[in-house]
Design a protein around this ligand. Structure first.
Ligand code: SAH
Length: 385
C-alpha cells in the first residue's frame, strides 16, 4: 500500500496545522445550537426545527424545510448545516446490501464509510480520523499515516448521511432505519477522544437533539489506548468496546499492533475487564487470522487462558490482504481448529461473515484509495458484536 489518503489541495498548507472544518449543528448540543441561532437574530426554537430536519427527518436541503420562513431557510441551513462531506464515489455490492461511500472533506482529505444491510438491522461503519497513526502493518489505513482528526460533525454526518441512504429504501431486504454504528472505519477513535465521545453523544441523544440510537448498538474499536479506555469507562455511556488484540503474546503483538510497545497485553486486557465490569458490556476481542503469523494452536490456547471466565467474546476476522502485503488469511482448517480450541476453553467465539468482495470497503481496506487500482479482493466484515 503506497498511495496516500490525502489530496493536497493547498501545497503551502502542508506542515501547518490543518484548518478546522466549518462548524455544524452536530458539533453542538441543543443549547449550543440555540445560542448560535440567537446570534443570527432568529428565535431559539429554530434550532430545534433545523435539528429535527437533520436528525429526525434526515433532510438537509433547505428547500424542503417548509416550516421555516423562506427568507430564513438558506441562512439557517448555511450556518447550521454547512456541507462537510462531498460524496466522491459510492460503490455497492451484495445486491446493494453493502455500500461504500468515499467522501472528500473541506480540505481535500478523503475518508470512507460503509453501510451494511442485514435482515434485522442496518449498520454503518464510520471513520474517526483521516488516515491513522497507529501503523498496524496489516491494515491499509495504517500504512499511510495520520492526516488529521475528524471533527465531531464530520464523524456524525457519515452516520446521518448513510441513515438517509438506508431510509430511501435502496437496501433491499433490510429495515429502513439505521440501528447500529461501529467505529471501525479509518482511524483510531480513542486517539480523537473528545470528538468521538461528543459524536457518540449526538448519535444516542433522542431526536431532535441527536439520532436516537441505542448505546448498546454503538461499538468503539481500539488498538488499546489504555488511559483512554479507562476514561471511556468513566463516561456515563455504555457503548460496546472492541479491542483489536490480534495476538495473545507481547512479542508478536509488539509487531502487529505497535502501540503494544507502550501498553502490554496484560495492561490492555486489565483495562478491558475493568470496562466490562463498569459498563456491564461484554468486550469484543478482535483477532485477524493471519496465516502462519498468529494462527498457531498454542496461540489459541494462550488466548483461551487469557479470556476464560471473562466478559468477552472473540471475533475472528479472516485477514483481508491489503495491496502489497506479505500476509495472507489463514486456511479454513486452521481457522476451525483455532475456533475449536477457544470454545473448548469456554470462550464464546465467532468468525466474521465476509462479504463485499468487489468494493474494497472492508476491514482494514479503508484507505481512500482514489488513485489505487481497486481490483484487489475486498471482504466485508459482518459485525454482529
Ligand atoms: N483503529 C481501530 C479501528 C479501525 S480498524 C482499531 O484498530 O480497532 C477496525 C478493525 O479492523 C480492527 O480490529 C483492525 O485491527 C481490523 N483490521 C485492520 N486491517 C485489517 C485487515 N487487513 N484484515 C482484517 N482486519 C483488519
Amino acid at each position: 500500500m503506497t498511495s496516500l489518503p490525502l489530496i493536497p489541495v493547498d501545497p503551502d498548507a502542508r506542515g501547518r496545522r490543518p484548518a478546522l472544518p466549518p462548524r455544524h449543528l452536530a458539533d453542538l448540543d441543543l443549547p449550543g445550537r440555540q445560542a448560535l441561532v440567537a446570534e443570527l437574530g432568529e428565535p431559539a426554537f429554530r434550532a430545534k426545527q433545523v435539528s429535527n430536519h437533520y436528525f429526525g427527518r434526515l433532510v438537509r436541503d433547505p428547500a424542503l424545510m417548509t416550516d421555516l420562513p423562506a427568507t430564513a431557510r438558506e441562512r439557517l441551513a448555511g450556518t447550521l448545516l454547512p456541507t462537510l462531506l462531498t460524496p466522491v464515489r459510492e460503490l455497492a455490492c451484495d445486491d446493494g446490501a453493502t455500500r461504500k461511500a468515499l467522501w472528500r472533506l473541506h480540505d481535500g482529505s478523503l475518508v470512507e464509510s460503509v453501510l451494511m444491510g442485514y435482515p434485522d438491522r442496518v449498520t454503518v461503519c464510520i471513520s474517526s480520523q483521516a488516515g491513522c497513526g497507529m501503523a498496524c502493518p496489516f491494515c491499509a489505513t495504517g500504512q499511510a499515516g495520520l492526516t488529521r482528526n475528524l471533527s465531531t460533525a464530520e464523524i456524525v454526518d457519515q452516520a446521518v448521511y448513510l441513515a438517509g441512504v438506508a431510509a430511501s429504501g435502496v437496501v433491499a431486504g433490510s429495515p429502513p432505519r439505521l440501528s447500529h454504528v461501529v467505529f471501525m472505519g479509518m482511524g483510531e477513535p480513542l486517539a480523537n477522544y473528545s470528538r468521538v465521545v461528543a459524536a457518540i453523544r449526538r448519535l444516542v441523544a433522542p431526536a431532535p437533539e441527536g439520532l436516537g440510537l441505542s448505546q448498546r448498538h454503538i461499538t468503539v474499536s481500539t488498538v488499546g489506548l489504555v488511559p483512554a479506555i479507562r476514561r471511556l469507562a468513566s463516561e456515563d455511556l455504555s457503548v460496546t468496546l472492541a479491542l483489536s488484540l490480534h495476538a495473545p503474546d507481547d512479542e508478536l503483538r509488539d509487531e502487529l499492533v505497535p502501540v503494544n510497545q507502550r501498553w502490554k497485553v496484560s495492561e490492555v486486557l486489565d483495562a478491558a475487564w475493568d470496562y466490562a465490569t463498569t459498563t456491564g458490556r461484554r468486550v469484543s476481542i478482535e483477532y485477524a487470522m493471519i496465516k502462519d503469523v498468529n494462527d498457531q494452536p498454542w496461540r489459541a490456547d494462550l488466548l483461551g487462558r487469557l479470556l476464560a471466565g471473562k466478559l468477552a467474546h472473540v471475533n475472528l476476522i479472516p485477514l483481508n490482504p491489503t495491496p502489497g502485503s506479505r500476509w495472507d488469511a489463514s486456511p479454513k482448517p486452521v481457522e476451525r481448529e483455532f475456533v475449536r480450541r477457544l470454545r473448548d476453553a469456554g470462550v464464546s467465539t465467532t468468525v466474521r461473515d465476509t462479504r463485499g468482495r468487489e468494493i474494497d470497503g472492508a476491514c482494514g481496506q479503508l484507505a481512500a484509495a482514489e488513485d489505487r487500482d481497486t481490483e484487489a479482493p475486498g471482504e466485508e466484515r459482518r459485525d454482529r458484536a
